[in-house]
Design a protein around this ligand. Sequence first.
Ligand SMILES: Nc1ncnc2c1ncn2[C@@H]1O[C@H](COP(=O)(O)OP(=O)(O)OP(=O)(O)O)[C@@H](O)[C@H]1O
Length: 233
Amino acid sequence: MIRAEGLDAGYGKLQVLFGVDFVAEPGKITAVVGPNGSGKSTLLKAIAGIAKTFSGRVYVGGVDVTNMPPHERARLGLAYLQQVKNVFQNLTVEENLKMAAYALDEGKYRQRLEEVLGLVPIKPYLKRRALELSGGWRQMVAVAMALMRDAKFFMFDEPTAQLSPKFASEILAIVKRLADMGYTVVLAEQNAKKALEISNTAYLLVSGRVSYSGPAQALLENRELGRLYLGLA
Ligand SMILES: Nc1ncnc2c1ncn2[C@@H]1O[C@H](COP(=O)(O)OP(=O)(O)OP(=O)(O)O)[C@@H](O)[C@H]1O
């Protein structure tokens, strides 16, 4: 589970989030939606330790991580996946996966690799350099890397932005599979409809404050909030 309580967060002196209470449960997809600049990425970044927390607390798997640097949060199994800078561009896909699993011995690495390749269809690309891949495939490699290092809490920051509809569906299918496997999944998306359709729970952020939290389906059916903030007819 990921939990934030009374989170005030931002960058430098700029406060972006105001008193955000947030819970993402294992085995579920929790959507974070809202207009441009409402603080969706900042919420994920504050949980990951990349944005600054002014006050409030953040817990990952029951551990208070509020004062932990990002790499220690990652060691607890937290993965923050964004589309830029998500892989080592000059390495092959396989080298990327090896880097992610550096702590495993050869036998365990092979075993984990087979499991991960069963989940993320990147086997044909193992020998290719990451920079030769399209954004969608790189996103898949980033997911595979998180799985290689045994992540259990996945936060996706606009995973389908700039992807073709076909690729977007494939990425969202993997997002769904991770939740079905019992992992905690947070999905921040500009495309609210797509995100809400596959999510269990939803948070609507408006100007850095939670304007709705509850079942994703109910937000999808809320005509007023949908029209005002999500571009839904
Ligand atoms: N690194 C940063 N330094 C300073 N301000 C930032 C930084 N990143 C984001 N901001 C500001 O924080 C506010 C919220 O941005 P954020 O990226 O969290 O919104 P968002 O809801 O994810 O929007 P979008 O859908 O456009 O990505 C914006 O006003 C933005 O300009």
